[in-house]
Design a protein around this ligand. Structure first.
Ligand SMILES: Nc1ncnc2c1ncn2[C@@H]1O[C@H](COP(=O)(O)OP(=O)(O)OP(=O)(O)O)[C@@H](O)[C@H]1O
Ligand SMILES: [Mg+2]
Length: 365
C-alpha cells in the first residue's frame, strides 16, 4: 500500500487559464479519499495526473514516497477503473481479467490463482466465459473492478465508475466497492460528482470547485462545519437554505427581508464587529423543525407560506417562504401542509451556519 501526496499541483492546457491550481493533498496509506465537485471542476484531470495519463504543468506527485512526475503510468503501481469500463469486447471475462497479467509476464499458475480469487471476490465465477456484450452494466462494472484487483496495485483510482448504472444498482455497487476496499486495504482515490456517493464512501472527502480545493475532511466534519458557501451548498440533500441577513443590535440579531432570527449565542462576539454588514445565514433543512417534533437548544419561530410539497415516502420536503426568504424542510408524510397554506416551524438557532456575504467564507465563532 502507498500514500499519495500532491504538492502544489497545477494543470494548464496550452494558453488557456489553468484548470487545476495549487492542489496540496495527502492521501494516507489505506485511505479511501473521494474527490467530489461539479462537472468540469477538474476531477478527472487531477486523477489522470496521478495515473500519469496527463502531464502536470507544475508541482509534484508522490506515490509511496517516490516522486512520479516522470514515471510512465505502467510503472506507477496503480490500477484505474473508468466510467466506461473500457473492457476488451472481443475477449471473454476471463481473458479480460488475464490480459494485463499476461502482458506483464506473470506465470500461468499465478494468473489462474489471481483470476479465480478476483472472480470469487466479485461473484463473477459463473460469467468467466462470457463476452462483455452478454453482461449487464453491473456485471461489466464488476469485471472492470476485477481487472483492477488482479493487478494487486498499491493504489486504486476510480473515475465515476458507477455513473452508467441505474440508481438501485449504483447504491448496491457503492456498498460493494466500499467493502472491497475495506477488505483489500488498498489506498483509493475515487472521483464522483455525487455528494451522496462521496459522503457514504469516503474516509475523507476533498471538495473541488473550478480547479481549486475547497475543503478536505471527514464526511461528517465537512457536513457539520462547511468552510465556505460552496461546500455548504454542495453537501446535503435537500441542500442547506441560505438567508441574506443584516447583522443588528450589537451582533445579537440577524434581520432579513422576511425572516428575522436571533444570532447564535456563541456567534455574538464574532458578529459584534459586523453590525450593519450582510451575512449569509445557512440553515440545514433538519434544523427547521415542524410542530410536535423535538428540538435542540434555543429556537426561533417561523410562520411560513407553503409553495410546494414533495413526497419522499418516509417524509415530505416542504418548500415555503416568509417574506422574500425561501426555506425547505421536512415533515411527516401523513400530515402534509396544503399548497398555499400556512405552516409554523422552529429554527434551531445554535445550529445556524454563518458566512461572510462578500468572501463566502465561514465566520469562525
Ligand atoms: N485536453 C483538454 N484541453 C483543454 N481543456 C481541457 C482538456 N481536457 C479537459 N479540459 C478542461 O478542463 C476542465 C476540467 O475537466 P475535467 O474533465 O477534469 O472535469 P471533471 O471535473 O472531471 O468533469 P465531469 O464531472 O464532467 O467529468 C474542463 O473545463 C475541461 O473543459
Ligand atoms: Mg470527469
Amino acid at each position: 500500500m502507498a500514500s499519495v501526496v500532491l504538492h502544489d499541483v497545477a494543470k494548464r492546457y496550452g494558453d488557456n487559464p489553468p484548470v487545476i491550481t495549487g492542489i496540496n493533498l495527502e492521501i494516507q496509506e489505506r485511505e479511501f479519499m473521494v474527490l467530489v465537485g461539479p462537472s468540469g471542476c477538474g476531477k478527472s484531470t487531477l486523477l489522470r495526473m496521478v495515473a500519469g495519463l496527463e502531464e502536470i504543468t507544475s508541482g509534484t506527485i508522490e506515490i509511496g514516497g517516490r516522486v512520479v512526475n516522470d514515471v510512465p503510468p505502467k510503472d506507477r503501481d496503480i490500477a484505474m477503473v473508468f466510467q466506461s469500463y473500457a473492457l476488451y469486447p472481443h475477449m471473454n471475462v476471463r481473458e479480460n481479467l488475464e490480459f494485463g497479467l499476461k502482458i506483464r509476464g506473470t506465470p500461468a499458475a499465478e494468473i489462474d490463482r489471481m483470476v479465480n480469487d478476483a472472480a470469487k471476490i466479485l461473484g463473477l465465477e459463473g460469467l468467466l466465459e462470457r463476452r462483455p456484450k452478454d453482461l449487464s452494466g453491473g456485471q461489466r462494472q464488476r469485471v472492470a473492478l476485477g481487472r483492477a484487483i488482479v493487478r494487486e496495485p498499491s493504489v486504486f483510482l476510480f473515475d465515476e465508475p458507477l455513473s452508467n448504472l441505474d440508481a438501485k444498482l449504483r447504491v448496491q455497487m457503492r456498498a460493494e466497492i466500499k467493502k472491497l476496499q475495506h477488505r483489500l486495504q488498498v489506498t483509493s482515490i475515487y472521483v464522483t460528482h455525487d455528494q451522496v456517493e462521496a459522503m457514504t464512501m469516503g474516509n475523507r472527502i476533498a471538495l473541488l470547485d473550478k480547479g481549486k480545493l475547497q475543503q478536505v475532511g471527514a464526511p461528517l466534519d465537512v457536513y457539520e462545519t462547511p468552510q465556505n458557501v460552496f461546500v455548504a451548498n454542495f453537501i446535503g440533500t435537500p441542500p442547506m437554505n441560505f438567508i441574506r441577513a443584516t447583522v443588528t443590535e450589537g451582533g445579537a440579531g440577524l434581520g432579513a427581508n422576511g425572516i428575522k432570527l436571533p444570532a447564535p449565542a456563541a456567534a455574538r462576539g464574532a458578529l459584534a464587529s459586523r453590525v450593519g454588514k450582510t451575512v449569509l445565514v445557512g440553515v440545514r433543512p433538519e434544523n427547521v423543525v415542524a410542530p410536535g417534533r423535538p428540538t435542540r437548544g434555543a429556537t426561533a419561530a417561523l410562520q411560513l407560506t407553503v409553495d410546494l410539497v414533495e413526497t419522499l415516502g418516509d417524509e415530505v420536503v416542504v418548500h415555503a417562504h416568509q417574506g422574500e426568504d425561501q426555506i425547505a424542510f421536512k415533515m411527516d408524510p401523513h400530515h402534509p401542509p396544503e399548497f398555499g397554506g400556512k405552516v409554523s416551524a422552529l429554527v434551531e438557532i445554535d445550529r445556524l451556519h454563518l458566512f461572510d456575504a462578500d468572501t463566502q467564507q465561514r465566520i469562525a465563532v
